[in-house]
Ligand binder design. Structure first.
Ligand SMILES: [Zn+2]
Length: 410
């Protein structure tokens, strides 16, 4: 491809194989470097398949382009205009919008199932029994009971039984679920797992026999990783993905680096922010979609049998910034709320008028200390204190800042 930033990608996504062969195909492809291929083929296909892309590629006066890098970048604001081929099974998912603009992603049932296959790919290389009990932390304030019927899923020769725990659920209920089930695998929202660990007696977690904790959904802070390892006495293997693209990269149980799913998603470490092209999405094709994180390809571990290239995430979607009464931006990192005792979770939201809403879980006396810290760092803005992080009616993570105030986008 000459000077093109794309070195290789396979001609076909594994989604075109029968579903029963996805796990084997994703395993085999992970074990070998992606074969070289011609990105011009993909551009040609998109132009033929979609009037939207035919138009964009023509307007940018690259009608006959073969150079991938000449294709216009799809920004968040452009996504709504991408026509969706609906086979009747399309479902909408909205991105969390913790960094401002929300985007609606539309996938068919088959695409959603393939996304799950890609999400489960790292587990093909975990040392797990052929029947796995897992507990997954998800958005929500409820928790399954061990008596509830699990969700069942067979993949890569392993039968998974899954129970879900809301990241904001009562910690005692989650603890009961875990101690009853003794799951080999714990996955889900990183800050939800952290909040849970901080709320319960850790001694009871170390004897569960959990082999792996696989957090995702947000940047895994080093202290969060240490806390999870220490509490569960398990191997912690992070995942990196996005609602728009699906699973992008995963921490390898053999070399610890993050291998990128470059065989299914064209990943460009653009200086202006990460660009992704998921090859398995046909219903709402995203061509060079700007996700915006900063990543870089690394050399990886020379002795790892997994051939997928390795990446380092240097800056993932951050919290929004707050804007103080004088119009100065304030980084959420300045709060150091972790120093406030008896605080379990918080979310801070700046309204369109500039007022701050501070949602928290914890001892009652933590609230005023928290509010004072916010007033000190964000002078000139009224602060409303609200008990219960789940009162904030928008999707998102804990220990996060969100903003509707102009100029607060991260
Ligand atoms: Zn590896």
């Amino acid at each position: 491809m000459g000077s093109d930033p794309i070195s290789s990608y396979p001609e076909r996504s594994a989604i075109e194989l029968p579903e029963s062969r996805w796990a084997d195909a994703l395993r085999e492809r992970a074990l070998s470097p992606p074969p070289p291929a011609d990105t011009a083929v993909l551009l040609k296909e998109l132009r033929q398949r979609s009037a939207f892309y035919a138009d964009r590629l023509t307007q940018s006066s690259v009608a006959g382009i073969t150079a991938w890098s000449a294709a216009p970048i799809l920004e968040k604001a452009d996504v709504a205009a991408v026509p969706v081929a609906d086979d009747g099974s399309v479902r909408d998912t909205r991105t969390s919008g913790t960094t401002g603009q929300q985007v609606t992603i539309r996938n068919t049932r088959r695409e959603r199932e393939f996304r799950r296959a890609l999400l489960y790919r790292p587990q093909l290389f975990y040392e797990l029994p052929n029947k796995v009990t897992q507990v997954v932390f998800v958005d929500g304030d409820w928790c399954a009971s061990a008596d509830d019927r699990p969700k069942r899923f067979a993949y890569g020769g392993v039968r998974y039984q899954t129970w879900f725990a809301g990241a904001a659920a009562a910690p005692a209920e989650v603890l009961k679920l875990l101690t009853t089930l003794k799951p080999q695998l714990v996955r889900g929202i990183a800050s939800g797992i952290v909040r849970f660990i901080e709320c319960v007696d850790r001694a009871s977690l170390s004897s569960l026999g959990t082999r792996y904790v696989a957090p995702g959904g947000e940047v895994l802070l080093p202290e969060w990783r240490a806390l999870m390892e220490d509490a569960f006495r398990a191997t912690v293997l992070d995942r990196y993905g996005a609602t728009e693209s699906g699973a992008l990269a995963w921490q390898c149980p053999e070399c610890n680096a993050y291998h990128a799913n470059t065989d299914e998603i064209i990943i460009e470490a653009d200086p202006g922010g990460l660009l992704v092209t998921p090859l398995f999405v046909r219903s709402q094709p995203l061509l060079r979609y700007r996700l915006g994180d900063q990543i870089e390809f690394t050399r990886g571990a020379a002795n790892c049998r997994i051939g997928l290239p390795t990446v380092r995430i240097t800056q993932a979607r951050r919290d929004d910034w707050l804007v103080d009464g004088k119009g100065q931006k304030v980084s959420p990192l300045s709060f150091q709320f972790e120093r406030v005792g008896q605080l379990q979770a918080w979310r801070l939201h700046q309204r369109t008028g500039g007022e701050l809403q501070l949602y928290f879980d914890g001892a009652a006396e933590a609230g005023p200390r928290l509010a004072n810290a916010v007033r000190r760092h964000v002078p000139g803005r009224p602060v409303e204190l609200i008990e219960g992080v789940w009162q904030l009616q928008r999707p998102g993570k804990f220990k996060r800042v969100s903003s509707d105030f102009p100029g607060g986008e991260g």
